[in-house]
Design a protein around this ligand. Structure first.
Ligand SMILES: [Zn+2]
Length: 396
């Protein structure tokens, strides 16, 4: 399975993946998923929101055990973030069948659509829609960098966007959702374990900072006469780093757009996106308040107008303790329990169904990069751990 997925959406230059929602690479991943489902005799369906499901047993029976992840990627992402969870789900099912277990609950494997938000700027669109955390109206208003709307993109990919929106009936059939994911940090490398269990996802959000100044000639405009939003932006980036350090949080300006974006022009607009996360809400609030304070102070000096828009926010997610404890027991009670700063579909779904996550060791902690990695032995350990969990939850 890994070899089949490896070339899909891989950029020859960077070696990273560009599997954006509703593009050709995404379609190839989705075809692969459907083929895996059919090869195992599973009942395949794509729901109203474009999430893919592969069912063993009766999809309508209720109390299903669901496992999976996502196949899309960030720009130049790694091979493991997302696909490891989907591939491990199919491999765990193969393992359970070879063990000859008898399933007492329906099992489903999922690929949630548009998890990374690389194209429309909002993460976990598929699971958010299903869980009712993103309305149909909000989803219809999402557009990509080329001005193509989400429903248009879905339609172009051959999916009907007419009925996107909350899917409570489907969620009501799910008794537990377990997502395996490559760790996006070095906690397991430091503890020396191949597999860990998630405790919580930090509160996190994205904020757009629009710095508006005045475009002018880079050669003839005296420094004193400029209203240069790049200066304000630069100071804001440094302020975000300082604020995050002081609060024990993380803050990143990883995306920026500049108008008119000319090498010999003072910008009229610099638009920067801040991503910030912290272990608790008050630390995150502190970071935001400080970044915005520093940005406004500098904006005034530079004669720049600033607007700050919160584009997304996800509060802290504590995974359900009973399910987490049960999984810990099924794994022998020795697996480390870790918090994470990364968002996941499991975090979104936790509002509606009991969810849990397994992490597989990432020796460098690097993620959202072509250098993201996990050792084959650790991936195999992840598959076996997931199989143990699914057997404990869904089998006799
Ligand atoms: Zn992921």
């Amino acid at each position: 399975m890994w070899t089949e997925l490896a070339p899909i959406g891989r950029d020859q230059g960077s070696g990273g993946y560009r599997r954006y929602a509703w593009t050709g690479a995404d379609a190839d991943c989705r075809t692969w998923f459907q083929e895996q489902a059919q090869a195992r005799g599973l009942h395949y369906e794509s729901d109203h929101n474009g999430n893919q499901w592969a069912w063993l047993g009766d999809p309508t029976a209720g109390d299903a055990v669901v496992t999976g992840s996502h196949l899309d990627s960030v720009p130049d992402g790694g091979a493991f973030d997302g696909p490891l969870g989907v591939v491990s789900a199919f491999a765990a099912l193969d393992e359970l069948r070879s063990r000859g277990v008898e399933f007492t609950r329906p099992l489903a494997i999922t690929n949630f659509g548009d998890e990374e938000g690389a194209r429309f700027g909002l993460a976990c669109v598929g699971s958010r829609l299903t869980a009712g955390l993103l309305s149909r109206e909000q989803a219809y208003a999402l557009t990509d960098a080329d001005g193509i709307s989400l429903p248009q993109a879905m339609e172009n990919a051959g999916y009907d966007p007419e009925h996107i929106g909350p899917d409570r009936e489907r969620l009501a059939r799910v008794g537990a959702y377990v997502e395996l994911h490559v760790e996006q940090g070095r906690a397991l490398d430091l503890t020396g374990d191949a597999v860990g269990i998630a405790s919580a996802i930090w509160p996190h959000g994205r904020w757009r900072f629009d710095f508006r100044g005045e475009a002018n000639h880079a050669g003839t405009t005296r420094l004193i006469d400029r209203r240069d939003p790049m200066l304000t932006y630069a100071e804001t980036v440094l302020a975000a780093r300082r604020a995050a350090e002081l609060a024990g949080a993380v803050a990143t300006f990883g995306k920026v757009s500049v108008e008119p974006n000319g090498v010999n022009a003072i910008p009229s607009l610099v638009r920067g996106w801040l991503d910030s996360r912290a272990a608790d809400q008050s630390a995150l609030d502190t970071v935001l308040a400080e970044v915005e304070r520093a940005a406004r102070e500098r904006a005034e000096r530079d004669g720049v107008d600033l607007t700050v828009v919160q584009e997304s926010f996800t509060p802290v997610v504590e995974f359900e303790h009973a399910l987490r404890d049960e999984i810990n027991r099924l794994l022998g009670g020795q697996a480390p329990i870790l918090g994470t700063g990364a968002g996941h579909d499991a975090g979104i779904l936790s509002a509606a169904v009991p969810t849990a996550m397994l992490f597989v060791r990432n020796p460098t902690g690097v993620s959202h990069s072509p250098a993201e990695n996990a050792a084959e032995d650790d991936c195999t350990a992840g598959v076996l751990a997931l199989a143990d969990v699914l057997e404990g939850l869904a089998c006799r």
